[in-house]
Design a protein around this ligand. Sequence first.
Ligand code: FHN
Length: 603
Amino acid sequence: MIMIKPDLVRILIILLLTFYNNISGQINLNSRAQWFVNDRFGMFIHFGLYSGAEGVWKGEKLRNDNNYAEWIQYRNRITKEEYLTLTDKFNWNEIDPEKWVILAKNAGMKYVTITAKHHDGFALWDSKTSDYDIANYTNPKRDIIRELADACNKHGLKLGLYYSHWVDWEHPYGWDHTKEISGISSADFDKYWQEKVIPQMTELLTNYGPIGMIWFDMWIHHSQTVVTKDQLLQLKQLIRDQQPDCLINSRLGLSLEEDKDVDFQELGDNEFGQKKKDFPWQSPATVAHSWGYNRLDNDFKSTTSLLQSLISNVSLNGNLLLNIGPRSDGSIPYEIEKRLLEMGEWLRINGESVYGCSASDLPKGMNDWGVITEKKNPYGTKLYLHLFSLPPDRKLKLTGIKSTPLAAYMLDDKNRSQLSFIHNEIITEIVLPNVFTEKLIPVIVLEYQKSPDCVIDMAAQNIEGGYCLTSLNSVSFVEKNMLIPKSRGGTVPSYLSIKSPIILKWKIYINTPGRKSIDASYSYQGKALNNQINLKVSNNELKHKITNTGKTIGEPKSDWVIDNFRSSLLGSINFNEKGYYDLEISIIPAKNEEIKFQWLWLK
Ligand code: FHN
């Protein structure tokens, strides 16, 4: 029998991990952020005095429809003295931050970021800098940050700290938005900065062990605020000096162009990714609307849609930071806890398709049935197809991959029973099981010998086996100002505004030859009779006259008259053989009157 020395095993593991890290998909990140792009999913906690108000003050609801309960002091104009009476509402015997960490762990989250100090200026730790802290109002003294740090340590999660740096409603020289009326001198603001921000941040960075990230807030660039670039650089340097491995989010307030030394980009509240980015990024999101606990906020997103947000972000190289707002007794609203546990259940079985995954090379939305994540390892590459919708014929068509998979199976199938599939040039057609054991989002694994070759400029077949050809999946360049977004609540769809002749081209792959019909959807409000659409594919041509499409009612009984978008049959064309086809249309407005082109539909 061959004995392998433990040291050798260690070296082999390190080599393997190094190799793994080097080939992992996402580039343009520093080594500090490696864990972040691996972990993908974290918990945000908004907890503070506002949690005791629950979004209502003296019987009056929060004075803002966004339900942000943590803003109640500012919105409802509550004095500091009155606001402090909220401390009586807290049940300190019940509040146990370890329970939040356990929930995060069970939800499949890998890091926790808590509001150490939110805009109200109240510190959740025993701060030596200010008495406006939790230790001063609890007996025995509590230090939520210490307790959370210990719990994170115990359960193997990373700790992040939210710190509201330039907005502070407590300090006389911190910023609150009423100062837009009174103004504040830069000397006074700097007093706040040097007296409160720098010493408090030093406490957080030196007393609580390793901090995974400091989460700054407000999305505004410093040039539009009271805080200066120098102050932000001072703060950033403090973090780099005290905790070189700690990540800093982009809401610090320096643009990535002026200072590249920020570790990841934080998108807007509940803003999700739209396209693949190599630089690490994250969406902070809520389960309903409010961040702090608000008892009137009950518009909860479903578990499936929360999972879709997470997976879609990962499919574009992004993370999700999902928020809980504990009550003043520390409990988590059932609706939120339930969804988090269901997400955890899904991740326990399917997490392989999220953790350590990155974007595939195929563009977002190319395949309309769901999203794809990718994982490279020393033995090959796996693609994970997340099915958000199911094709009616149970045959899933993946368009855009040239390589033939070695294997296809459901991720939740321990036996890895092979799914049958046919691969045709750039379409992999997979026969789906009749019944899925996974009820929320089934995942198909496709294994490849190496990173699969992709063709990204194709218009894919959609779930119904047709092709919806728009300016977005065409290979032609179109001026940005011609792309008109949807309006009037989506009753006017997005379209391409055409006032002079234009040619649009698409590339498609036909895998089931035969006669296909082609429709076009457009709106035209003029009177000319010789507006033209000419379509060419292979050696065939179709000509169509565009006529006035009239008006319609967007919303019944609300005086909502909009331009009608009508779909017209252009004709049919025989596609004799399997293969690639170039399809082109010329749209020719007769009198430079606008034609609003929406799509072609080929099936
Ligand atoms: O004003 C805050 C808000 O209260 C909450 O903390 C969110 C979380 O992203 N950030 C700010 C608004 O963007």
